[in-house]
Design a protein around this ligand. Structure first.
Ligand SMILES: [Zn+2]
Ligand SMILES: [Zn+2]
Length: 845
């Protein structure tokens, strides 16, 4: 805010407002710095973690300190979370709002590589920069408990938790086909592959067979799924998790191969369509093909096809738009167990031979991919599910349907009534499903899409996985766990396994971490037999760091244990968590799994870590996503310098509903700046000693702002404050200090610095941020008139607008003049009048 705006007021206006005091312009830079210092020294944002009476854990996702500094998108999320925290604090809660840095991992390391600095050095630089910015935005952070995931005091416990997972049988090592990012030169979890590309660098991910560490998240698939219904989370995140877990209830069904003892097992969720299964498809990796068990007439052709298929990436094979290819296994026929008809068997690479049973029953009429395949190779298409229940005979329907499918060029994938299905014709598909599974001797089976969490990374910047492998013990079959001979966890006393400061930290690209070439790191003594053994050289995934950070915050000062039991009981589960929806099946899924595992281990008392989670919307600029290449990135520092953190905070929250995000515009922030200037001026011109004449306005505003903040509708809460200010300005000669204080309280969560300054200017001694949130009284919110219900003999005949508080006599007079009622009253003699004030009047004839 500049002095200019006050100076430039025309002289005439100033003269007219002779009673208005000359107000010194607001200096945001000085005021914001002053209060940030005072808040830190007075500790108003530091609840006593052991004795707090009314704990409220207000959490936001901690940032990756990888880029040049805090992004305005971070600030948007943090401000939104902070507004909520400040609101709760004023409602009397002991709010704990911690912050830290998610500074380990590929994100930060890639940035260090980009700018050519060692990750250890870069971490220090980023840390300083981020914390300075995080102070400037004016959040009520509990700074004492801040943490960094690359701090040995922190990752010592990350490593310890890994050993716990190993001991509980939830961490294991196995050879598997995994995702590999050729650019990041490391494996990735399934969750980090978005549409076939690396989540961090957008490079197309390839498949590699490697031995890796996994966490058994699949063991928790059902609980992760059913738990979703018990938590108050943004709906889109809940849906994303449900889909990712991907529970399907289906059946395993055998299709015998004719003239042989063999059969092909398929898994299907649509057993109701089995009468339409006109061919089988097996993947090129299917064991029957691998082991040459089938009598195939065109063997050469099939072998050639398999050779080509195996060169393609899985992603390519699964892509919907790619044209499907395949070869018929000539001479091989399978028997459809429902129709008893022999059907052809094909090999095609759109089926993955090593996933599920590696074979499918193709139902072209009711599956899009099967349909495309059948059309291409002129295979039989038999519709067996009719979307519309009512209609003619089954035959008619079938003919019509078949025609429409072939003509419409698409499969009908929905449910309906069965046709062409022998004894099941006319039956509902869901009902038929169970009956058919039984009839063909299928086995019901539940499957999940969720795969185990791949935890190892062949990178430098992460916590070394605290495991030791001893060849000598392995040969003897010894080991900490029977199923993993040779493997030992690093003893607790030896933790942390420090990440060494090495020069060659760059990813190697040869399937190992840079630590694999550091002899002094990997050469260790076996904890059991004391012979030379080898330390694991991979580091763990960043998402392990963030899977438990929220538990460490309140126990940050604990040296001997990861968390303090009493504190943990008091503060968990987290009351409110705010962050991005893009973490729906990454962080937000891992963190739930991790809590469940620790809960089962008796280490914590809650199963779901976050009672309430709200996803914030995305901030865009000029209609598109902010990106450096578009040159539309907003640097919060510039705006804070120019307009102040208060103005930027309030502007960000004013852009739209917090859950939906908004479009940042340079001109928009000026409107907010002016609004704050007006509050500043008004607060300097209050009148003392008078009773408020604004009760209706203030109470309406309190109600609206209270409801809106509680539901994260910050934009409309700010509008309500604007409306209140307008009312004050319209009657400015009557505005009292108490009136203004209400407005200051309502705006305090958005503009914490300026409201604090004015609050003290008006004589208050304590911080506005621990003042009591104003309450409203319904009596001021009532309308002056109401609709009186008029009944004759108990039946409603009219409603008439009446002044509130009218007496029975006044009401009767008005009602008797009402034409709509007169006719009814004239029909007899009034014997009795029942009157309920402000509600109804009933004439009994
Ligand atoms: Zn990558
Ligand atoms: Zn040993």
């Amino acid at each position: 805010m500049s002095k200019k705006s006050v100076k430039s007021l025309p002289k005439k206006t100033l003269k007219k407002r002779s009673s208005v005091k000359r107000v010194v312009a607001y200096n945001h830079a000085r005021t914001e710095k002053k209060w940030q210092k005072k808040w830190a020294s007075s500790g108003i944002y530091e609840p006593n973690l052991k004795t707090a009476k009314n704990p409220f854990y207000n959490l936001m996702m901690f940032p990756y300190p990888s880029a040049e500094g805090l992004h305005v998108g971070n600030m948007y999320a943090f401000t939104g979370a902070d507004v909520y925290g400040r609101f709760k604090r004023m409602q009397g809660y002991d709010v704990f709002e911690p912050i830290g840095l998610d500074g380990f991992g590929i994100h930060s390391e890639n940035y260090a590589l980009k700018v050519g600095t060692h990750p250890i050095t870069q971490a220090k630089i980023s840390e300083k920069r981020f914390y300075k910015q995080l102070e400037m935005i004016g959040n009520g952070f509990a700074w004492k408990e801040r943490l960094e995931t690359y701090d040995p005091d922190y990752y010592r416990w990350t490593q310890w938790l890994f050993t716990v997972m190993f001991k509980k049988g939830l961490a294991y090592r196995k050879k598997a086909v995994v995702n590999w990012c050729p650019s990041c030169k490391t494996v990735l979890a399934d969750e980090q592959v978005i549409a076939g590309e690396c989540e961090r660098c957008d490079t197309i991910v390839i498949k590699k067979e490697l031995e890796q560490w996994f966490f058994k998240i699949t063991k928790y698939a059902e609980r992760l799924l059913s738990g979703i219904d018990t938590i108050d989370w943004s709906e889109k995140v809940k849906i994303a998790q449900k889909n990712w877990i991907g529970k399907s209830e289906g059946a395993l069904i055998q299709f015998p191969i004719s003239h042989s003892q063999l059969s092909i097992e398929v898994y299907t969720t649509r057993a109701d369509t089995i009468f339409g299964a006109t061919f089988l498809v097996i993947g090129p990796e299917h064991p029957l093909l691998m082991n040459n068990e089938l009598d195939i007439n065109n063997e050469e052709e099939v072998k050639e096809y398999i050779k080509v298929a195996k060169k393609k990436s899985e992603e390519d094979r699964m892509r919907d738009k790619v044209e499907k290819t395949g070869v018929e296994l000539e001479g091989v026929r399978a028997i459809n167990p429902a129709t008893k008809e022999p059907i052809p068997v094909w090999v095609a690479d759109y089926v993955l031979g090593h996933v599920g049973t590696g074979a499918i029953m193709a139902v072209p009429a009711h599956d899009t991919r099967d349909f495309a395949f059948a059309k291409k190779y002129w295979l039989n298409i038999v519709p067996v599910v009719e979307p519309d229940a009512h209609a003619d005979t089954a035959d008619d329907m079938a003919v019509r349907l078949r025609k429409s499918i072939v003509d419409d060029d698409e499969a009908y994938v929905g449910h309906g009534r069965l046709v062409n299905s022998g004894p099941y014709d006319g039956m509902d598909s869901l009902e038929a499903r169970t009956k058919i599974i039984k009839a063909v001797e299928g086995k019901k089976k539940i499957t999940y899409r969720l795969r185990d969490w791949l935890i190892s990374r062949q990178r430098y910047w992460g916590p070394p996985i605290p495991m030791i492998f001893c060849v000598s013990c392995k040969e003897k079959g010894a080991g900490e766990r029977k199923d993993m001979p040779g493997w030992y966890t690093v003893p607790n006393n030896d933790l942390p396994v420090m990440l060494p400061n090495i020069k060659n930290f760059r990813p190697t690209g040869n399937d190992t971490s840079p630590l694999a070439s550091v002899k002094s790191f990997y050469e260790v003594v076996c904890p059991k037999c004391k012979k030379m053994a080898r330390r694991e050289t991979d580091v763990s995934d960043t998402f392990l760091d963030s899977a438990w950070y929220y538990m460490r915050y309140p126990s940050q000062t604990e040296k001997k244990r990861p968390w303090h039991e009493g504190i943990t009981k008091k503060w968990f589960p987290v009351d409110m968590y705010i962050g991005g929806a893009e973490h729906a099946v990454l962080h937000l899924l891992y963190v739930r799994f991790f809590a469940m595992a620790l809960y089962d281990g008796g280490m914590i008392t809650f199963e779901e870590p976050f009672q309430k989670f709200r996803a914030h919307g995305l901030l865009i600029k000029g209609g598109s996503k902010m990106s450096k290449s578009k040159g539309n990135v907003v640097n919060p520092d510039d705006y804070i310098k120019k307009c102040g953190a208060d103005a930027l905070r309030m502007y960000l929250m004013f852009l739209g509903p917090f859950a939906e995000g908004g479009d940042f515009q340079d001109t928009g922030i000026l409107g907010i700046t002016r609004f704050l200037e007006r509050i500043w001026r008004l607060s300097h011109n209050v009148h003392s000693g008078k009773k408020s004449v604004f009760e209706k306005d203030t109470h309406a505003a309190i109600k609206k702002v209270t409801d809106d903040i509680a539901n994260l509708r910050y934009n409309t809460a700010i509008s309500a404050c604007m409306i209140l200010l307008n009312a004050f300005e319209a009657g400015k000669n009557n505005v009292t200090a108490s009136d203004v204080k209400i407005l200051l309280k309502l705006t305090a969560p958005f503009a914490p610095h300026m409201t604090e300054e004015l609050w003290h200017m008006l004589g208050e001694k304590k911080s506005i941020h621990v003042a009591t949130w104003p309450a409203y009284d319904e009596k001021y919110l009532m309308e002056e008139t109401y609709n009186l219900v008029v009944q004759v003999n108990g039946r409603v005949r009219a409603t008439i607008e009446m002044p509130r508080g009218s007496t029975r006599e006044e009401a009767e007079i008005l009602v008797r003049q009402e034409k709509r009622v007169m006719g009814f009253l004239d029909a007899g003699t009034i014997r009795k009048v029942i009157f309920v004030p402000d509600k109804l009047i009933n004439f009994v004839l």
